[in-house]
Design a protein. Sequence first.
Length: 290
Amino acid sequence: MHTVAVLSLKGGVGKTTVALGIASAALRRGIRTLVADLDPQGNATASLDPPYTEATLADVLETPHRAVLHRAIAASVWSDDVEVLVGAEELELLNEPGPDDRRIGNLARALDELHDAPANCKPYELAILDCPPSLGRLTKSALVAADSAILVTEPTMYAVAGAQRALEAIERIRAEHNPGLRAVGVLVNRLRPRSHEHQFRIAELRESFGPLVMPTAIPDRLAIQQAQGACSPIHEWHSPGAQEISLTFNMVLAKVLRSNRAGRHRMATETDSEAETTGPIEVMRTDARR
């Protein structure tokens, strides 16, 4: 099971949108997926709309035992092949840093339990960790548990600073707790391709982070809000704008899966066509924009 953390240290940039988009792309490819909702706002849980569970992720982080874990997982309304490790408001109580870091390994222990004894006896191929927009205990727990991380940002004046802090956090966790952790890339969300301001900010990101900035971006489209409001995967939302976004998430998922096979040195020395992209960032085009 490959585990990817989706994070941003700034709220409102569409981090949950990216987590759900990757899950939707995985569902389309037939990849059995678990979405763990670490954000106390619970937006991923709301969009995936699982039935009531006797336990939540808050209980799992306090007691990462197999029985508790299985009570906190339910199938999403999307499909039985996309399950939810259900979030709760009580997670906020666990987000403050404690006197030591012993408990930040509890999520990793829980996912190890799932690997050894998956819920419903069906192993997961992918786990997506939707982190809160802060570097508290919850995000640290996700980075300790993850194999890779995607940084989500918007093309704004705060993008470079936020992405830099997130990358520094990944490096600290890798050095102190999880040497196998690696950054998949910086993904730009809500891009308006014709905006000179957006292209200027993307150029800033590329100047700072080079090939870590993904060559495709998530365009600013109403279809995302429509699909989430209807508790539907973006790949099943039938509009030209949704098709455009779906193609982008297919590419993001492919990069995540490639990162699982690549060596630790790959990101620093990447020479493929993605790493060489230096022109304007791309979005997948369709005729309509909804």
